[in-house]
Write a protein of this length. Sequence first.
Length: 80
Amino acid sequence: MTLPDRFTCEDVFRRLDTYLDRELSPEELKLVQEHLETCAMCAGEYRFEESFIEGVREKVKRIDMPSGLMDRITARLKEK
């Protein structure tokens, strides 16, 4: 797949979740970063999404997991 020289806002929005999960190819990562450096609207959306995810991560750390929950989740995932 040949990538363009730069990404549009639409290109970045389509890849934002994958970018936040750090699952883009090196080429896509570079193009998203370049776009975020020059587009205030996309940079704002990125900061919002990033802060939301970080907030969820922090809250999850404070929740005590019921005994055996991880074992049950792992077993269910193996079934599929």
